[in-house]
Design a protein around this ligand. Structure first.
Ligand SMILES: [Zn+2]
Length: 407
């Protein structure tokens, strides 16, 4: 058996050498989309059912040999090029293609019946058709109903009076830290109102059943993720998202590498909360943003031995540019601190808002954010007035909060 991965047409004298035949993974569904740009033409013809790869045996014609399988994939028609989509269709299906090749080798595979189907050979892509495809994709994505999810944002969970034992020290950071008993009560309140377990962001993106899922997120990477929070979540089989400030890994009061790996082993999602936790992420230049996102995802990927594609914005300083830089660094899901349930896409990255839980907030608030109603609006109004202050005041705003806290 031989696999041909070349652009040139092989001479019959070559492709007939292997006894079991020569096979190609053709970009495009045959026989409708033969020749080298099948994926492009299926996209250009608004024919999404036929965007994919065909496994076929080479014969004398151009992509006319026996067909053994079709392989599609999930793709982002707005953000991805046809070249990337056709590579994705192949790479996402290597396992299935391997199985089929083994069947062919074993003599058990049967070619698919394609009699009576349209057959056409397509040429090079056209720029006009490319632009029309992208225009249509953009319009479609704008019209698509946004996915809704309720995401709660927690930070550290600490013993009473010992706020500095986990996460960033100081008064301002401590506003976001819950005492252990309070956190237990928040979880108990949630358990009373939800009908199904909180989901991971990957499950939320994959599901489109109209149910508004709940996601639990924990920012900063303080050591209490390991010493307090995971134990409570694991008790109920719940999964959380732990967003880690990677420059602080292994420092006092922060998670170390072994603890991060242990969280992941228990099924929790690990993501980045930037490298250095900039005070105002949205004020950074493009290169600095790229550096924060890509360096921190690389650090975590090295710790875990798998790609890390989830992130949250430090300090709640979100802008579209922050998300675009995250997307350019390979991040697929980004949590902000905007108190909203609708999500949106930025260059193929899904952006989710979150409701922040503060120290001293009554436990029922976690539940009320989830079941809807007044607290959500309250936080929406509060947040948006705060955002105005941030824009006007910049660093002065941060100083004012510190000053108020010290009174
Ligand atoms: Zn943070």
């Amino acid at each position: 058996m031989m696999i041909a991965r070349c652009k040139t047409l092989l001479h019959e004298r070559i492709f007939t050498i292997p006894a079991k035949g020569t096979f190609v993974m053709h970009p495009g569904i045959c026989p409708e989309y033969r020749n080298s740009h099948g994926c492009f033409w299926a996209l250009a013809n608004d024919d999404p059912q036929r965007v994919g790869v065909t496994l076929l045996q080479i014969d004398k014609g151009v992509d006319t040999g026996p067909v053994f399988g079709y392989y599609g994939c999930r793709y982002d028609e707005q953000a991805e090029s046809h070249i990337r989509i056709q590579h994705r269709a192949l790479l996402d299906n290597l396992h299935g293609i391997q199985q089929k090749l083994l069947e062919i080798e074993g003599g058990t595979a049967v070619p698919l019946d394609v009699t009576g189907r349209a057959s056409a050979s397509w040429g090079q892509p056209w720029l006009t058709r490319y632009l029309r495809w992208k225009y249509r994709a953009r319009r479609r994505q704008r019209k698509a109903k946004p996915m809704r999810a309720v995401s709660l944002l927690y930070h550290d969970v600490v013993p009473r009076g010992e706020a500095d034992t986990s996460g960033f020290p100081g008064l301002q950071a401590s506003r976001y830290k819950l005492e252990y008993d309070d956190f237990c009560q928040h979880i108990a309140a949630l358990r009373r109102v939800i009908t199904s377990k909180p989901v991971t962001v990957f499950e939320a993106i994959a599901a489109s059943n109209g149910v508004r899922p709940l996601m639990l997120t924990f920012d900063d990477g303080g050591v209490s993720a390991h010493t307090a929070i995971a134990g409570i979540l694991d008790r109920y089989g719940w999964r959380g998202h732990f967003l880690i400030t990677t420059d602080y890994i292994g420092k006092p009061a922060f998670l170390n590498e072994d603890q991060i790996r242990a969280l992941r082993r228990n099924g929790h999602v690990i993501g980045t909360h930037s490298g250095s936790h900039p005070r105002r992420m949205s004020a950074l230049g493009w290169e600095e943003l790229l550096e924060e996102w890509s360096r921190s995802t690389k650090t975590l990927s090295d710790v875990l031995g798998e790609p890390v594609t989830v992130a949250s914005v430090p300090g709640g300083c979100y802008s579209r540019r922050v998300a675009a830089a995250a997307a350019a660094s390979g991040i697929k899901a980004l949590f902000t601190s905007e108190p909203i349930t609708t999500s949106h896409h930025v260059d193929g990255c899904v952006v989710f808002g979150r409701y922040t839980i503060w120290r001293g907030m009554r436990p029922a608030m976690s539940a009320e954010f989830t079941s809807g109603g007044f607290p959500r609006y309250e936080q929406f109004l509060f947040w948006n007035s705060k955002k105005v202050a941030k824009v006007i005041g910049g660093d002065a705003y941060a100083k004012a909060i510190n000053w108020v806290l010290k009174r």
